[in-house]
Write a protein that binds this ligand. Structure first.
Ligand SMILES: [Zn+2]
Length: 324
């Protein structure tokens, strides 16, 4: 048997577990709903969920726990010691040492825990859209923005393990409040929540007359999904809003390129479904926003190869690498 690693991605709503071989080929998959049980100690419910999917995959394929390594991707700030220090989208696991909880349930489990966007970056770098690119930033556009940075072929984790929180780069100090407590964070503009907010603003300002008419004349009834769908149909007023989102996406990308000189950005997450419109807009605006565009090679903005599976795949790679 070639080496098998299990990658488990803990999202705010679902847990996805993939079994992969050492070439990144998916061997099996298991999905369950993310448990949120507040009255138990931090991380206990999450640990139960991980053990459940791991046991299912191992039993179904006739493996033993000793045969596999396990990587877990978590939505929050992970310390180098594997403590989930801060997880706004998984508050019942905030502060947990998930690895310790897992070893208490299965003493022989070989497990590593990492930030989910770091995992996604690793998957795209090792096996996906950014193969062969040693300087790449993964940008996951969901409700917020997650990030994973590969610089010089290495995952950048920083002093405490918290590097890559790119969604909380402030792009407008007078902008709207963010869940993190700051104002004008990038994820308030270029994420799914950003599309929703910019759509609301455009509707209220009279810049979406066709869509407002379609919603009975009520500007408040126009949602981000309506604008994305209308833009895909080619409605000019909706395309203008997507172009605005593309500008904000490009602003963050230009800032990151100025700091790290990375040539490749991989865009994943739920909003990447609008990528056929959003990414060309971002690429166009980056040329105006980045320093010395004419003097540097073009910045390549690509769509994720693995989409919602990238976190689980990267977690599997990190575990296999850690225990190799
Ligand atoms: Zn923030």
């Amino acid at each position: 048997m070639s080496r098998v690693s299990l990658g488990v991605d803990i999202g705010g709503t679902k847990v996805l577990a993939l079994a992969v071989d050492d070439a990144g080929t998916e061997l099996d998959a298991e999905r369950i709903v993310t448990p949120h049980v507040a009255e138990r100690p931090a991380g206990e419910a999450t640990a139960d969920a991980v053990i459940s999917v791991v046991r299912t995959l191992v039993a179904r394929n006739g493996w033993s726990l000793a045969d596999v390594t396990v990587g877990v991707g978590l939505p929050g700030m992970m310390t180098h010691d594997g403590i989930l220090a801060f997880a706004p989208n998984l508050p019942t696991a905030s502060g947990a040492d998930l690895g310790a909880h897992l070893r208490a349930r299965e003493s022989e489990i070989r497990v590593v825990c990492a930030n989910d966007a770091d995992c996604a970056a690793v998957a795209e770098y090792r096996w996906g859209a950014a193969r062969g690119c040693d300087d790449v930033i993964m940008v996951t556009l969901g409700t917020g923005i997650g990030g994973g940075i590969i610089s010089g072929g290495k995952l950048v984790r920083g002093r405490s393990g918290f590097a890559g929180e790119i969604g909380h780069m402030v792009v407008d100090a007078h902008g709207p409040r963010c869940a993190c407590g700051s104002r004008g964070c990038w994820e308030r503009y270029a994420s799914g929540a950003g599309v929703a907010r910019l759509s609301r603003e455009a509707a209220a300002a009279g810049r979406l007359p066709v869509l407002v008419a379609r919603h009975g004349g009520d500007p408040d009834a126009v949602r981000g999904e309506d604008v994305t769908a209308a833009a895909a149909e080619g409605l000019p007023e909706a395309l203008a809003v997507i172009d605005e989102v593309g500008w904000w996406l490009a602003l963050g990308i230009a800032n990151l390129a100025a700091i790290l000189d990375c040539g490749t950005f991989v865009i994943g997450g739920g909003l990447s479904q609008a990528s056929s419109l959003l990414l060309p807009a971002a690429e166009r605006h980056v040329k105006d926003l980045v320093e010395g565009a004419a003097a540097r090679p073009p910045i390549d903005i690509r769509v994720s190869q693995f989409n919602e599976k990238s976190g689980a795949l990267g977690a599997a790679w990190l575990a296999a690498d850690h225990f190799s």
